[in-house]
Each structure stands twice: as structure tokens, then as C-alpha cells.
Design a protein around this ligand. Sequence first.
Ligand SMILES: [Zn+2]
Length: 286
Amino acid sequence: MRKVKRPNDLPLDVLLTCISNYQDSYLVKRLKSIGPEVEAVSEIFEDKVKNQRLHTLEPHDNVMSIVTTQEMKNVYNDKFVKKGQPGRDIYDRLLNAPTLNKCPFCGYRVVSTLDHHLPKAKYPTLAVTPTNLIPSCFDCNKTKTAVRPLTPQEETLHPYFDNVEDDLWLKANVIEQFPIVFKYYVDKPDNWDELTFQRVKNHFKVFELGKLFSILAAGELPMRELTLNRIYYKAGSDILRLQLKDYAESVEQVHLNSWQAAMFRALEESEWFIQEYFSHQGKQNA
Ligand SMILES: [Zn+2]
């Protein structure tokens, strides 16, 4: 999970911008009248996200019986997402916030949409609240689906408020077979409390990161094999281990919990890979 700088746009300003070119004056009047409610619920939402209490925020069927869920969905879809409409500039800014346009949930695929952290179908008041809108790749957005957390452990990480980038938690094991399989898992750092650990594990499960990283690693190793094979035969297993350590440290400089770093660390720690892998294969790439 990658942290993203939280947007500073105020929920009420976003709502008013979005509805600024509606022709239906009665609709505009009703939408304007829910402004204080949007502000208040947005503030409660942020407070609960920060304190892992989001599961206590009750879903609602409409906004104060004044604006329907469908009308809030229309504001989002027709006035915020649609090109040329008044909210689109804000949408683009949120979408383009992550470094290199990488999806903060998987850290791998490219951002293509905004994900409602709490689904707009169940929380229409938060339909255009910027801190409820997180840049996401298509797959992560689809995988998460419109579920709401029922316990603190089920609260997936929020890239604007949660930061787990500075602690090493992503690990992998080498499954000793040909071709090698990497099994990824979340390892609890000593300084984490149990809730943080459970939330990261849940995030890892919900976004199916273990499966994604295993597939990526299975494709990465063959591209490194020629170099590693030559090192093994020319310089020996100790130098091979140092090379893997070097690869891991190089990737960690950019992202401590990247799948590549975990993959190289797993290879470095596998006696089987260091001592036997290339000799078992019996092919020397001189
Ligand atoms: Zn993603």
C-alpha cells in the first residue's frame, strides 16, 4: 500500500462546484440545503478513518430525506466524472495525485479511476467528499467491490491517512520446485499493534496481492537467471547471495515493501536456491 498526499479540497466546495451548471433550480436548492450535512458527515468520516472506527458509521438510504441516493450518484457521475463538466478538474487532480500514476492499493498497476472508500450506494452523503475518493487501478476498484467494513479489522488501508511504508512487512517464501513459486505473506513488524497487522493482512487479502505478486515474481526471475547463473558458476554461491542482497537493497531504496525486494530477499535466504538451484538445473550459461 502506497501513501498518497491527501487532497485539500473541501467537501462543500466540491459539491457546489459540481452542481454549478444544473438547470433545475429546485434540484439545486435541495442539493445546496444538504451542504452542512455533507460537511458534518465528511468530518465524522475523516475522524473515524483516522481512529479505525469506520465500521461504526451507519449507512444511509438518502441525504436527510431531501436528496436521494440516485441524485447523489448523478452528481458524481454527471458533474464530477464526466469530461467538460464543472467537477472534472478536481477529479483529474485526485486521479493524478499518486507518484508515477501507480495505484496506491496494489502499488503496481496504473491508476484509471477513483474508488469510493465507503461506497456511494450506502453512503450517498460522501459521494463527492474528496477524502472518500481514492485513485485506483481498474482491477483494485473492481476487486474491492461495494462492501462496508463491519469490524475495525475489516477496514482496508486508506492511502490518505494510513502509512505502512516505513516498516518492512511484505515477505515471500521460495517454494522449492521448478519453476520456482513465490508465496507472499504479511509479516508482523515488532512495532505494530495487532489491529494494524490484521488490517494490513485484510488489505492484502481483499486486493488479492499475494496472487498478483506471485505472478509478477514468476515472470521476473527468468529475466535474471542468466546473470545469476553466471555469477554462481564463475564466482560461487557466496557472491550469488551478495548479488541477490544487492538487488533487494537496490529496490528497497525506492519501496521497502515492493514485491521485487521480497522476491530477492526470499532467494537470498533460500539455501536451496543459493547452493543447489543452478547445479540441479544442470545448465551452465557461460
Ligand atoms: Zn491497484
